[in-house]
Write a protein that binds this ligand. Structure first.
Ligand SMILES: Cc1cc2nc3c(=O)[nH]c(=O)nc-3n(C[C@H](O)[C@H](O)[C@H](O)COP(=O)(O)OP(=O)(O)OC[C@H]3O[C@@H](n4cnc5c(N)ncnc54)[C@H](O)[C@@H]3O)c2cc1C
Length: 398
């Protein structure tokens, strides 16, 4: 068949893009190498619980248009992300707010909390300056930066171990710029995000993406979307060297006017300019049919370094599940190597420069677009993905 677009990747970016095009009269083929749609926001129903298979996902945005867009495809519940942090036998609310400070120092007022933080940050800066023999404070590593922003108690109990696990390195070996700010709230408010809109699609993200891709319901649009999972672009599209031969065709005789690629941009070009780096994650999921409520919260962070995972997710709490049994996932940060899931782009100078070189190369292929967190090598939240996909579509002439 003759398609206007081949969309590589049935994640959120690919789905929003395909939908826009179909609504504008285009015929789109979407392929994904995984056996399921929805990319990393895929949720799988087990024991009546929607399990966030590739990590916990909470939708939050201040972009009203994006919020209205996703609400066309799902009803969102009123979930507010309020994680809890466990440090040894102590338990703290996140983000850092008056509940955290009150528990840590047995105080009540914002003035008391500010005074303690001020005193501790001044002391730490003084100590660091004395050690370096200078009067002007500059943070030479993440530890110094965090101590200067939050003081010793918050750093030791809530920042140090968690950050070291995330990056697989000591805070003294990590660059200061990783933590630009440590947001603190001097009110009693455990809402992790500052955004105006927040929630979880009732019934899971997969159902929402099914609707975007016109796989359920009886909506009609002027174009069409065909979805094929378990299809890898590299086996599917006729290539000339590393890039698709023009006119674009698949091995089974389909043809495409243009391609949207939401996989890894460096892989697309056969890594010819070098390899972009990522951080990865390993998930260990456990079904607990005899436990109804394991930890009393969807997200519990473990902030000591000695515990190898960074957090435990209890999926049923995202949708206020009341049924029997529960499912938990321990999340372990991991180094990334070829073949692992690339979760977080490492947007440091070195990798950003390499990515810019790939974007220059991509300009030689005006009929191929690159989108999403892998195609654009950018840590995007879901709302930013929707925004970026809609903006890309709107910017296209035809
Ligand atoms: C652990 C974790 C937690 C997160 N939590 C949140 C959160 O709470 N809130 C939030 O807003 N955002 C969150 N995000 C970000 C969110 O996951 C992304 O914004 C979103 O999933 C990106 O969508 P995408 O379509 O760009 O990429 P993806 O979802 O990765 O989709 C890309 C798709 O392309 C496919 N693909 C790649 N190569 C090929 C190929 N060669 N052939 C065929 N198919 C291919 C992949 O299989 C994949 O399905 C989180 C991210 C992670 C890693």
């Amino acid at each position: 068949m003759k398609y206007d677009y081949l969309v590589v990747g049935a994640g959120l970016f690919g789905a929003v893009f395909a939908r826009y095009m179909a609504e504008n009269g285009k015929d789109v083929l979407v392929i994904d190498k995984r056996d399921n749609i929805a990319g990393n926001i895929y949720t799988e129903e087990k024991m009546g619980i929607n399990v966030h298979k590739y990590g916990a996902h909470i939708f939050h945005t201040s972009d009203k248009e994006v919020w209205e867009y996703v609400n066309r495809f799902a009803e969102f519940n009123n979930y507010i992300n309020s994680p809890v942090a466990v440090y040894k036998d102590e338990l703290y609310n996140l983000p850092f707010n008056m509940n955290t400070f009150s528990k840590m120092w047995n105080i009540k007022t914002p003035a008391e909390a500010k005074a303690i933080i001020d005193k501790q940050t001044q002391e730490e800066k003084k100590k660091i300056n004395e050690k370096k023999g200078t009067d002007t404070f500059t943070a030479d590593n993440l530890e110094e930066q965090a101590l200067s922003l939050a003081g010793r108690d918050i750093y030791e109990k809530l920042v140090k171990g968690y950050t070291e696990k995330q990056w697989g390195r000591d805070c003294t070996e990590l660059p200061a710029f990783i933590i630009k700010r440590l947001p603190m709230r001097f009110i009693y408010d455990n809402n992790y995000f500052n955004d105006r809109f927040q929630g979880i699609p009732m019934g899971g993200y997969t159902k929402m993406v099914e609707k975007i891709l016109l796989l359920v319901g009886d909506e009609t649009v002027s174009g069409s979307i065909t979805v094929k999972t378990g299809v890898d672009y590299y086996d599917f599209v006729k290539l000339e060297g590393n890039v698709p031969a023009e006119p674009f065709e698949s091995v089974n005789g389909d043809s495409f006017g243009k391609i949207l690629f939401t996989g890894m941009i460096d892989e697309f070009f056969g890594y010819k300019l070098g390899t972009l780096e990522y951080r990865s994650l390993r998930f260990e999921t456990e079904d607990l049919p005899d436990v109804d409520n394991y930890q009393g919260n969807a997200v519990v962070n473990y902030t000591e370094r000695e515990i190898p995972y960074t957090r435990i997710i209890e999926h049923k709490h995202f949708e206020y599940g009341q049924g029997k049994g529960t499912i938990i996932t321990r999340e372990y940060p991991a180094d990334w190597k070829h073949g692992d899931e690339p979760y977080y782009p490492m947007n440091d100078d070195k990798n950003n420069e390499l990515y810019m070189k790939y974007t220059e190369l991509a300009k030689e292929f005006p009929n191929i677009l690159f989108g999403g967190r892998l195609g654009q090598y950018k840590y995007y939240n879901m709302d930013q993905v929707v925004r970026a996909a809609l903006d890309m579509c709107a910017s296209l002439k035809d």
